[in-house]
Design a protein around this ligand. Structure first.
Ligand code: GCV
Length: 838
């Protein structure tokens, strides 16, 4: 007799889906046909084999998903009843339970099999994992099929992840802040301790498990040595316990100086016996408390971090001393390849930061232990909007590798801009580096250990989720975490497949929503590239500041090495072997030949590889300069289009998320104009060459604030100059209230009024807009973007639509400063109604 387990499942209540907290695991009800179709294909009983935590998680997810999407309550049973069942468990347990089923051997590590069959004449759906973790992955994959309207009636499918290591790094500081995190404070840390409430960690574990992520480091690679202190260990154990049921191994980022700073040894020399013993003792202690501990991540000799160079030792020496402490326990060390000198002499044309990773690590190939992995950023600089694949990836034949992709959008609009990074990652992962002897050698195959037959390797995503309800502070940015996980599992998926899946899971299967969101996402990286730094210029952002707003020259004349060398004659880094820094010589001969020649170098990387005059003609036939002008106008127009297209989805997406995304795109559309104008004006001034279509430095609808009649306001120069229109802005001295009056000279009628003002993070200044005697609107500049200055980051836009104006009307903006914020203004624009985002 079948034993029905009579208990109420203690399932996590689904967070209110429409805050974005449930992300792609909403399990929202499916519309009529799909629900009915699955109804007939679905047994009413669920059998979960065993009581291992991942199996119980799989069971709970299936119950939750079927209830949510299909409105059906599953009965939990210990054995398959006469009416059939969904059966979830390890392959070995499934074989025992269903001996007559043909479940061929060997799924492969972390893999799963989904199969429908008849068992004693009854229908069974088998979700079998190679391991318990694999079974959990299978459950999520099966539920994803249902949610995306794929058929489940007949299944016979096996999936195995492409690479063994699929990790995320969280650059969280132990005080609860996050380095380059834009989704609020840490879900792990607060005030030097692990948070009491780890409920968001549990939810995050669930999201990661649904993608097949199997490791996580929870503190910044700029690591505080304290994370290894015995006092903190019991707290770290709590996090490991929350993540373990999701099949995720916990790891820590470490500071290489810890033996000295924390252990009070006189040295941290990796070859010193006391240091070797210290690392071993710390590892032993950790494994006593966390037997499945994943290992360490180490940033050494980079950006001010200490490292082996202090003792004349190599990166291999440093990696190996830690690797050997971890090895007996099955742990790994990810040693970051992001090592460069940030005090390079800008005046030396042979200096080149792009060379650094290869120059530092290639000579050490073969010297790293088997459980050490060199973790390499996808490009040779630092997550710029366009970089070639890092040549180091192809240069380590006897060393394990992992590719580091940045999910958090540090140089990519910091989640205030929608930029779907999967197409960019795909270009790198699919790029053939032409190394090894066995045919094509795309980046993905090398880092997975396939090309050079390495024992391990994989994918690392810098994720940096925060306590914000939707994790990133931008619903559409969730697609980057989703996309990272899907690519780490299967890098052969296309960007379109991933964007489509994510959209269906996140917003449902409405074809109009699917088409619009997928199109926006797929287009968004090139659009961002267009209005920031095209042709391999890199993101022309504030390199020495917040890495967000536009600042064309911020990268120049300093030691950080993100140089583009634009001057009055031309632009681009000469990385040629013959005339330049020699960076191109780090690639294999076919790749080298392609980049070295102006004829074969792709336009999109031209200025990364070559220095050319502004009049140089691209393959497209345009000059470099005209391309820079055009792409910025195209990019800004594209974002305005996203806003229009998204706005048409009103009623098809739940109201809160609809409005969040609408507001985000409206902001992005305004920022794209700031970028467009700043970059094009900068290049116009530098080159002295006009835009052939006359748009640059010519804004007929615009009235500059510095030209208005000012009452209390003072003219203020803005730095960098290109981030303010005209000759600068105006600001109101503290403890005053000011007004700027503009004359409307156009014909009477209905107009949109755009106010371009500055919103810094040192106060909350208030503004009021009047037309004649009428108050049109009031607002407060309360944004908290990381800038205290009037610049491209703080430049903000407010639009008042359909304002009735008479010719000769006075338009007044009153500003009241607050704290350090000066109610500063740049310009107004008076435009025909409906044309205000352009
Ligand atoms: C964690 C860039 C970022 C730093 C980051 C560093 C790294 O330089 O701006 O915040 O430090 O990369 O990847 O180590």
């Amino acid at each position: 007799m079948m034993r029905v387990l009579c208990f109420v499942l203690l399932l996590p209540a689904l967070a209110s889906a429409e805050t974005g907290e449930a992300a792609w695991l909403r399990y929202a009800p499916l519309a009529g046909n799909a629900a009915r179709r699955d109804e007939s294909a679905l047994p009413r009983t669920l059998v979960a084999l065993g009581d291992a935590a991942p199996i119980l998680k799989a069971r709970d997810e299936i119950v939750l998903g079927v209830r949510g999407m299909l409105g059906r309550e599953l009965t939990i049973a210990a054995q398959v009843p006469a009416g059939g069942a969904i059966v979830v468990g390890t392959l070995a347990r499934v074989r025992d339970a269903l001996p007559q089923l043909d479940l061929r051997d060997g799924i492969g590590p972390d893999g799963f099999r989904l199969k429908t069959a008849l068992h004693n004449g009854a229908r069974v759906i088998v979700i079998a994992g190679e391991s318990e973790r694999g079974a959990l992955y299978g459950a999520f994959a099966w539920l994803r099929r249902i949610a995306t309207n794929e058929a489940i009636a007949t299944l016979d499918e096996t999936q195995v992840p492409y690479a063994p290591l699929r990790w995320v790094n969280e650059w969280n500081n132990i005080d609860g802040s996050i380095e380059r995190g834009y989704g609020g404070r840490s879900i792990f840390w607060d005030a030097g301790h692990i948070r009491q409430d780890l409920s968001r960690v549990a939810e995050y574990g669930r999201l990661l498990a649904s993608l097949g992520i199997n490791g996580i480091s929870i503190n910044s690679v700029n690591a505080n040595p304290v994370v290894l202190s015995p006092e903190l260990l019991p707290e770290v154990v709590r996090v490991a316990e929350v993540l373990r049921p999701w099949g995720i191994r916990l790891a820590l980022a470490i500071d290489f100086g810890s033996p000295q700073s924390l252990g009070k040894l006189p040295t941290y020399d990796p070859l010193d016996p006391s240091v070797i013993a210290w690392w071993k003792a710390r590892a032993d202690d950790i494994y006593k408390a966390i037997p499945d501990f994943g290992g360490f991540v180490l940033k050494a000799d980079s950006e001010g971090r200490v490292g082996p160079s202090a003792y004349g030792r190599t990166h291999a020496d440093a990696a190996n001393v830690v690797a050997r402490a971890l090895a007996p326990h099955g742990g790994v060390i990810f040693y970051r390849g992001f090592v460069y000198d940030h005090h390079m002499d800008w005046n030396n044309p042979k200096n080149d930061r792009a060379r650094a990773a290869y120059d530092n690590f290639h000579p050490l190939d073969g010297q790293f232990d088997e459980n050490a992995i060199v973790q390499i950023k996808h490009g040779p600089i630092d997550f710029q909007v366009r970089e070639p694949a890092s040549p180091l990836v192809g240069a380590l034949e006897r060393t394990n590798e992992a590719i580091e992709l940045q999910i958090t959008q540090e140089y990519m609009g910091q989640a205030r801009h929608t930029v779907f990074l999967v197409p960019m990652w795909k270009e790198t992962l699919d790029f053939d580096l032409h190394v090894g002897a066995g045919g094509p050698s795309p980046v993905k195959a090398i880092v997975a250990g396939r090309t050079f037959h390495r024992p391990t390797g994989g994918f690392v995503g810098v994720s940096n989720v925060g306590l914000a309800p939707n994790w990133f502070n931008n619903h559409l940015s969730q697609a980057n975490l989703y996309g990272f996980g899907r690519l780490a599992w299967n890098p052969d998926l296309t960007s379109r497949q991933i964007a489509g899946e994510w959209t269906r899971l996140t917003f449902g299967n409405d074809p109009r929503v699917l088409e619009t969101v997928t199109r926006i996402q797929l287009d968004s990286w090139r659009t961002y590239e267009n209005y920031t730094g095209p042709l391999g210029l890199q993101t022309l952002t504030d390199i020495v500041g917040n890495h967000y707003g536009v600042a064309v020259e911020a990268s120049e004349r300093n030691g950080w090495g993100q140089w583009h060398r634009a001057d009055e004659k031309g632009v681009g880094m000469d990385r040629n072997v013959v005339t330049g820094t020699g960076f191109i010589g780090q690639y294999s001969p076919p790749v080298r030949a392609m980049y070295e020649s102006l004829e074969s170098c792709p336009d999109e990387l031209l200025l990364f590889m070559h220095h050319v005059p502004y009049t140089h003609r691209l393959h497209s036939g345009k000059t470099v300069l005209q391309h820079i002008y055009d792409s910025h106008y195209d990019g800004a127009a594209a974002v305005a289009g996203y806003l229009r297209d998204w706005s048409a989805l009103k009623g098809r997406v739940d109201d809160p998320r609809f409005e969040d995304v609408r507001a985000q795109l409206e902001y992005q559309a305004g920022q794209a104009i700031v970028w467009r104008d700043a970059v094009t004006r900068w290049f116009h001034r530098a080159s002295g060459i006009a835009d052939t279509t006359g748009r640059v430095d010519n804004y007929p609808d615009r009235i500059e604030a510095e030209g208005a009649q000012l009452n209390g306001y003072l003219v203020k120069a803005v730095t960098p100059w290109e981030t303010a229109s005209g000759t600068g802005g105006i600001e109101c001295p503290p403890s005053a209230s000011c007004a700027a009056q503009f004359k409307y000279a156009g014909p009477s009628g209905t107009r949109d009024i755009v106010v371009q003002y500055f919103d810094v993070n040192t106060g909350a200044a208030r503004f009021r807009l009047r037309a004649g005697d009428r108050v049109i609107g009031e607002w407060t500049a309360s944004d908290r973007l990381a800038t205290r200055r009037l610049d491209g980051s703080s430049s903000s836009r407010r639009i008042f639509t359909a304002v009735a104006l008479k010719s000769g009307d006075t338009i007044t903006i009153e500003g009241i400063p607050d704290g350090g914020e000066t109610a500063a203004l740049d310009y107004i624009e008076i435009q025909q109604t409906g044309r205000s985002i352009r």
